[in-house]
Each structure stands twice: as structure tokens, then as C-alpha cells.
Design a protein around this ligand. Sequence first.
Ligand code: DC
Length: 214
Amino acid sequence: MIIAVDGPTASGKGTIARALAAHYGLAYLDTGLLYRAVGRQVALAGGDPDNVADARAAVDFAEELLEDTILRTEEVGGLASRVSVHPEVRAGLLDRQRAFAAQEGGAVLDGRDIGTVIAPDADVKLYITASVQARARRRWLEMVDKALDGEEEIPLAEIEKDIAARDARDIGRTDAPLRAAPDALVIDTTSFDRDQAFEVVLEAVEASLAERKG
Ligand code: DC
């Protein structure tokens, strides 16, 4: 079984995808982390994330980089969004994601283009979204909570602005833009807490699986 989970930044898709993987005993891949590693690698090499050659070269990042908690910061998220615009970067990360999806035993992948490009034949496709305000607030609370790598606390209004800019870039790019697959189950988590969101998602997934079987 392959479950594709897409959606904008801080929509709760990562938490939901991880919980689904645990629930069904499936492997899990956070594909955003791959783009974050590329963005970070560009910065480490002193390159420019908007430059195709610099971004393409960074696709060959060291695997240990995936463990670095700095990848979770807003700053690296912004770099990831910038490198992910280049088709050469997307192509460079494609096989790895497809191979993960195709593994025996099944998988859950979360990202922006899982249901549309990486695993268009996924058994279940989810598109998790929430208002910009709700997402900014969650990101801010998370930041305060974890104080990531001494990351400076960013005012809520600034996070909101960053999230809106990231949405615009992810939705507006020509190659594999962020959008719900036509057959995705769209779930808006604005008014849900974590547990409620998972409950609603699980119900939708179960209903969809039953329908496919039926
Ligand atoms: O999910 P995230 O916030 O960690 O993703 C960071 C950036 O990486 C996101 O703004 C766009 C890019 N990305 C992508 O283009 N395709 C994916 N499947 C996952 C992430």
C-alpha cells in the first residue's frame, strides 16, 4: 500500500503521515527533508540557491546531512523552497523517492508532489491544508517549544509572511507545483487539534480503502 500525503508547509501533513505509517506499519519518508538537505548543501558550499548549477550540484549531499536538526529551521525551509523550483533538482531526487515508494511492504510519503508526480498510482492520496494564520501559529508554537538549534525567535507576523511567500513559490513553480491531485481527499485541519486531525484523516482513509475494495 502506498499513501501519498501532500500539502503546504506547516499544514500538519508530516505529523499525519508519520501517524499513518505507524498505524498501518508502513515505511515513512519526509521528502521535504531531501529538498532541505539540498538547500543546506548549497549554503554550505557558498552557492546560490537560485542558481541552477549550484542547486544541481548540491543534490549529491552527504547522507549524514539528513540527520542535522538545522534542516528543520525556517531558514533552511526557505532555501529548500528555492532550490525545489529547478527541474534539474527535482529530477535528481526523483528516483530515490520512487524507489522508496515502491519498496516491498508499502510506504507513506509526504511532500508537495507525491500524489501528482512521485506516486500517481498511490492507493490513497491526501491533501492536507489549513489557513495561513493557523499554520503560522503552529510553526511559531513549535519553534518556541523546541528552540531549534538556538534559532532566534521569529515574530508571528513574520512567520505568516514567510509561509505566504513559500506557498506562492511552491504553488507558482512550473515543474511539479503544489496542488491536490484530482483524486486526492482534501482535508482542512484549521479548526482541528493534532488528535482530531488524525481521527478525521483515518476515517477518510478507511472509507477510501473500503470503497476501493468494494
Ligand atoms: O515540507 P517541507 O516544508 O519540509 O518542504 C520544504 C520545501 O521543499 C518546500 O517549500 C518545497 C520543497 N518540496 C518540494 O518541492 N517537493 C516535495 N515533495 C517536498 C518539498
